[in-house]
Design a protein around this ligand. Structure first.
Ligand code: FE
Length: 196
């Protein structure tokens, strides 16, 4: 039986939430119930790849975890992960900001739909409940993110979905920025750990 998005999130928040780096780009292992430190995590990990901001960033997005509470369309997804440093240590209090297109590939330039920010919790964990964005001309499905550890440099990047035909045709796509996505009974769940 598939887990729900809520049970995915609860298991993430109640577990030690160890980094899942090194499980490989097409990992598709999704979200293991029990996570162990990978060999990669014993070494200095690579910083998360930076990508451009694109034309749709907007300042002053609200503080929130739920981006789709008043939204009808779109497939629901809960995305979650850690902010860690190169030595796999979680970085509490890191700032995360997300913005993404809706289920028709449009950005909200008037209001703040599908835009939000939050601080990683005391274990470096972050999560958003939202929808799977649609692709739009020239771009495969993606989320935009900004991530900044306290006092650190600001990382601007994008996250992608596995198995998308358009990935191969989007020159920005990079397999190192793939979410690990699993099906849930009420949508899907994705995991990504940022290294900053
Ligand atoms: Fe975009």
């Amino acid at each position: 039986m598939l887990q729900t998005r809520r049970s995915f999130l609860m298991s993430f928040l109640s577990s030690a939430a160890l980094p899942v780096l090194g499980s490989g780009p097409a990992g598709a292992q999704g979200f293991p119930q029990r996570l162990t430190l990978t060999p990669h995590c014993d070494d200095a990990d690579e910083l998360t790849l930076a990508q451009n901001e694109g034309p749709f960033f907007k300042l002053n997005a609200p503080l929130c975890h739920d981006l789709a509470t008043d939204v009808r369309g779109g497939k629901r997804i809960t995305i979650a992960g850690l902010v860690i440093n190169k030595h796999c240590r979680p970085i509490p209090g890191s700032l995360l900001e997300i913005w993404h297109a809706d289920d028709l590939g449009r950005y909200d330039d008037v209001g703040f739909r599908f835009r939000g920010h939050q601080q990683a919790d005391d274990k470096g964990r972050w999560w958003f409940n939202t929808i799977v964005p649609a692709a739009y001309p020239g771009r495969t499905r993606h989320y935009h993110f900004k991530v900044q550890r306290p006092g650190g440099r600001l990382l601007t990047t994008q996250l992608y979905f596995p198995g998308e035909p358009l990935n191969q045709r989007d020159s920005l796509f990079d397999h190192r920025l793939l979410l690990h996505v699993t099906a849930a009974s009420d949508g899907s769940a994705g995991r990504y750990d940022f290294v900053v």
